[in-house]
Design a protein around this ligand. Structure first.
Ligand SMILES: [Zn+2]
Length: 76
């Protein structure tokens, strides 16, 4: 019988902000838009691979950019 109990680490920490040591900035629209889905929703941590700290920061900066109309709100 195969032992399938082994926990599989599907996605390791894959946070580009940690890796490349980038500061998230609301003015960096190109960067921020990489973390938006086709409907301009903020990608979940699972799909973006960011760590909790940077995901939180990212969401904050995206919201700020939206407020300043650098990024669009949800598309219909
Ligand atoms: Zn990070």
């Amino acid at each position: 019988m195969a032992d399938r109990k082994k926990p599989e680490v599907r996605f390791k920490k894959n946070c580009i902000f940690c890796k490349k040591n980038i500061e998230i900035d609301y003015k960096d629209v190109d960067l921020l838009s990489k973390f938006l889905s086709s409907k301009k929703k903020i990608l979940s941590r699972r799909s973006s691979g960011n760590c909790a700290k940077h995901q939180r920061k990212l969401a904050k900066e995206i919201k700020r950019a939206r407020f300043l109309s650098l990024l669009p709100y949800l598309l219909k």
